[in-house]
Design a protein around this ligand. Structure first.
Ligand SMILES: Nc1ncnc2c1ncn2[C@@H]1O[C@H](COP(=O)(O)OP(=O)(O)O)[C@@H](O)[C@H]1O
Ligand SMILES: [Mg+2]
Length: 275
């Protein structure tokens, strides 16, 4: 047992995974502190989503370890990760398209419930209490993310930007300690990306949720991140404040030749790439 007082919520140590001949993640180490927004950046194929999949236990590491809240995740099954307090959104939205927003949130919340099947069947007072708590939490999240207007709408009919917010809401409904956001701005326009930045800041500030994010829009990264880790080809390149990491020559070099990502990195006082 390594449970201590410490302010580290997630500790990743020497994490590696190999897919056939590809070392997708190679001896990656970092720590996410309670309450912070910690962001992974790096060109396509750097291994960022794979790190998320290792933390979520979708993949088992080839070597290394992940500790969450003082507990080794190596012994935790993928379906138990959410109940421990880790929620995530996906690079490509994953929602029940033919259910309403409310139904999606209730389903998301369900995995947090601990009651036994038999008590569900006889609808005991404990089940009724849990049901009430679920409704309360779901309504709170709907209010926080201003989804009232869409509550009874089918997800399939909603604009992409709204679906991104619904996915975020679903993750929040399990009351996570750690929220994993994989490219929250992908597919969003400038205005929607600004809104996303506000939601992320609200979630950090008002709910006290710790956030581990993968993101390529450096405007969003700089706005919301406390610390940034840059990766390339499975390895860590740099760790520091958003400004420090963007100013790191190794990071600039990693983005060379990846036109789309270089463009998104080019901001005033950010990296300038000679063409
Ligand atoms: N399930 C998998 N099987 C084989 N290769 C994979 C798998 N998942 C990811 N990879 C490879 O691992 C590398 C990192 O991918 P990924 O983590 O998706 O990058 P990023 O999210 O940084 O763009 C890529 O070379 C990718 O092709
Ligand atoms: Mg990815």
């Amino acid at each position: 047992m390594t449970t201590t007082h410490d302010d580290v919520l997630l500790r990743v140590r020497d994490l590696s995974v190999r897919f056939g001949g590809v070392l997708a993640v190679n001896k990656v180490s970092f720590e996410v502190r309670r309450g912070e927004v910690f962001t992974l950046i790096g060109p396509n194929g750097a291994g960022k989503t794979t790190v998320f999949n290792l933390i979520s236990r979708i993949y088992a590491p080839t070597s290394g370890s992940v500790d969450f809240d003082g507990r080794a995740l190596s012994s935790v099954a993928p379906h138990e990760v959410a109940a421990l307090g880790i929620a995530r959104t996906f690079q490509n939205i994953e929602l029940f398209e033919h259910a309403t927003v409310l139904q999606n949130l209730l389903i998301g919340r369900h995995i947090r419930r601990r009651s036994q099947i038999w008590s569900e069947l006889v609808f005991t007072p404990a089940v009724r209490d849990a049901e009430r708590a679920t409704r309360r939490k779901v309504e709170e999240v709907i209010d926080l993310l201003e989804l009232q207007h869409y509550r009874d709408a089918l997800v399939a009919g909603l604009p992409y930007g709204v679906r991104k917010v619904v996915e975020l809401a679903r993750a929040l409904c399990i009351e996570p300690k750690l929220l994993l956001l994989d490219e929250p701005s992908s597919g969003l326009n400038v205005e929607e990306t600004d809104d996303m930045a506000f939601w992320i800041q609200d979630i950090q500030r008002d709910l006290g949720v710790t956030i581990l994010m993968v993101e390529h829009d450096m405007g969003l990264v700089s706005k919301v991140s406390d610390r940034v880790l840059a990766m390339s080809q499975g390895e860590v390149l740099a760790l520091g404040s958003p400004a420090q990491v963007q100013a790191d020559p190794a990071v600039a070099e990693a983005y060379l030749g990846t036109v789309g990502d270089v463009a998104s990195l080019r901001r005033p006082s950010s990296i300038e790439v000679a063409v």
